[in-house]
Design a protein around this ligand. Structure first.
Ligand code: FAD
Length: 472
């Protein structure tokens, strides 16, 4: 594949071209670029961008890309910068294109149950707009206040409600994207059914800004909810969690909206944080946060309680606490969401976001624990995740300062286990920079070659987010 030339055009010439195309207020250089644009939530930092572009419209994005294309300058799209895989981190001298000013909610069509938005709208604003009109946006994640829908689409974000509503991909009906040469592809489909050949929008969902820039989207909305039945359940092991999941899905007619598992080490760390509540004793092997959202939660309470009673009678559940108020439910969720507070205590950490078929998660965690205990004693490791989706997160740390040797060793051990269990090295955060060396553990040589062929076809000059997902 042809790669971006090492000999970059003159930065000043580029900035002048961009200013002429977009206006002064959309282009920043040098010290006027704040450090916030140097990277995302990952600790990876590569260098200072030469230019920051802050477009206000699709046409501005198109003009900016056309100018960069003409000068063969690498462009790094940035959303809310909450990504965890280093996908939005620019190299020294790159052009950063931030979508933060494309932040308009354009229209809510109640009859079609769709919401049309620009790419830079924060997820939380979308959730609130949907709720105000009696609908629900099925996407929800801890970074909701900062992440943007364009970033969610580009990473195919998962989050807390995938078991009920699917990944971001399942919520996108239509998309507008700008190709690296500035061509605008408007695919703002609003229908649930549209089988007119290859579904091109899928190319831009989950491709982490390597094929083009997402500028607008049509999102599918779901019927609104007014609350949830929520419980925290203590279990004697992963087999019991599988039985509870299967039973809950059937007994609640597919309405389970979260099935989050915390292994004992995670639960103990979460409940020891300042201000945390411990609704159940902390010495059970496993805890499940079970949640069922609905328009009238009180109508479903008996069915929900019945599931828990059945689990206790069968001996799968050892104890259970049902949230009696919104405050209780928030306290249960706070335990599950408290990883951000735990990370500084374990820093420097290594964070994993893997998936394996649900039935193999117990084996996966057991093998990982054994690998840590035999190969890396003294490093803490905690396990939790969206187990209803086959997704486990692992945090390990603190890592010793040995130039990345331990990090590489743990990654190799864990990703080998994942590969042996037919899993994926990234369930939801994406490949970015961090997981690029491990892509081949989950994708075949033929698949990786097809990714390269697509990249070459859409971005022959290799300017779009080079070095992310694949080597440039
Ligand atoms: P950024 O970080 O800015 O960018 C992410 C990638 O998308 C980069 O490759 C970037 O180049 C590209 N990109 C951004 N915008 C565009 C665009 N408009 N067009 C083309 N490319 C673009 N993720 C989950 O999946 N599930 C979770 O449960 C979850 N929980 C999180 C909790 C916390 C506290 C944090 C900090 C992160 C969490 N994440 C989670 C990760 C992160 O929030 C998601 O990956 C999110 O989708 C990133 O959106 P963003 O707008 O911040 O994108």
């Amino acid at each position: 594949m042809e790669v971006v030339s090492d000999i970059r055009g003159d930065d000043e010439m580029l900035a002048t071209r961009l200013r002429a195309a977009l206006g002064d207020d959309q282009v920043r250089t040098g010290e006027a670029i704040s450090d916030r644009y140097l990277g995302d939530w990952s600790t990876e930092r590569r260098g200072r961008p030469a230019v920051l572009v802050l477009p206000r419209s699709t046409e501005d994005v198109s003009r900016a890309l056309a100018a960069c294309h003409a000068l063969r300058r690498p462009v790094v799209p940035q959303g809310g910068l909450t990504g965890l895989a280093g996908g939005a981190v620019p190299d020294e001298g790159a052009v950063v294109l931030s979508l933060e000013r494309l932040n308009r909610i354009e229209c809510l069509d109640a009859d079609s149950a769709t919401l049309t938005v620009q790419a830079g709208v924060p997820l939380q604003a979308i959730q609130e707009a949907a709720q105000a009109a009696g609908f629900l946006c099925g996407l929800d994640l801890g970074a909701r206040g900062s992440c943007q829908i364009g970033g969610n689409i580009s990473t195919n974000a998962g989050g807390n409600r995938v078991i009920r509503y699917g990944m971001t991909r399942d919520l996108v009906l239509g998309l507008e994207a700008v190709l690296p040469d500035g061509t605008v592809l408007s695919m703002m489909n609003q229908m649930g059914k549209n089988n007119t050949g290859i579904d091109l929008k899928q190319l831009f969902i989950g491709s982490e800004g390597t094929l083009g820039v997402v500028t607008r989207a049509v999102l599918r909305l779901h019927p609104g909810i007014s609350g949830a039945n929520t419980a925290l359940v203590a279990l004697d092991g992963f087999d019991s969690a599988l039985k509870l999941l299967r039973h809950a899905r059937q007994a609640l007619s597919g309405q389970v909206s979260a099935f989050e598992v915390m292994w004992r080490d995670y639960y103990q760390a979460a409940t020891s944080l300042e201000g945390a509540r411990a609704p159940l004793a902390a010495d059970y092997p496993l805890y499940v946060l079970l949640d069922m959202q609905s328009p009238r939660p009180q109508d479903d309470a008996a069915r929900f309680q019945g599931v828990l009673e059945h689990a206790l009678e069968q001996g799968w559940a050892q104890d259970a606490a049902i949230a009696q108020s919104h405050g209780d439910a928030e306290a249960f969720w706070a335990l599950r969401d408290s990883v951000a507070e735990m990370l500084p205590k374990l820093a420097p950490t290594l964070n994993f976001d893997v998936s394996v078929p649900i039935s193999r998660i117990g084996t996966c965690v057991e093998r990982m624990r054994a690998a840590m205990e035999s190969g890396f004693p003294g490093i803490a490791h905690m396990y939790f995740g969206h187990v209803g989706d086959g997704n486990v997160h692992i945090v390990a740390g603190p890592l010793p300062a040995d130039g990345g040797l331990t990090e590489h060793g743990i990654e190799e051990a864990f990703y080998t286990i994942v590969r042996d269990l037919s899993g994926s090295v990234s369930a939801e955060h994406g490949i970015g920079l961090h997981k690029r060396p491990w892509l081949e553990y989950s994708r075949s040589p033929a698949e990786i070659q097809l990714m390269r062929t697509l990249k070459q076809a859409l971005d022959p000059q290799g300017i779009m987010n080079p070095g992310k997902i694949l080597e440039s």
